[in-house]
Design a protein around this ligand. Sequence first.
Ligand code: SF4
Length: 149
Amino acid sequence: MEHFFTIQGEGYHTGKASYFIRTAGCDVKCWWCDVKDSWDTEKHLAVHIETSGSSPVSGHLDWVTLSPKRFKKPVDEIYAYVDELKVVVLTKKDLKWAEEEASKCPEGAIHLLQPEWDTPGSMPLIVDYVKKNPRWGISLQTHKFLGVR
Ligand code: SF4
């Protein structure tokens, strides 16, 4: 719902510089609550995560992007939750890896290939592959082109 850098105001850690992250959806509904605006989850951020899948996920997530890595494979239970599979490509080996990972994802999951930023040869590899295998799309790190974080 909101996040801010401040000073802890109560409890054992009072007086310490603290970065607060306030999540939405409290169902307790105290009459004295001073952040009633946080109760309604519909008014605040859906929860999207991107994960390598190297550890199990928990909680309620609205969108899961799996970006698997060959050198530390995802845990099996992650695949059932995947909305979007995004595979970073450096070489042809990664395209084979991408197909193997796609076969484990649910029907209807989105398939994207993304060039590795510092590997210029990865882009033509992906363009050629997507033209021949149109169920795959291309993801680009647009924030890097724009110079934003
Ligand atoms: S004070 Fe507000 S956020 Fe805290 S438990 Fe009560 S209703 Fe929930």
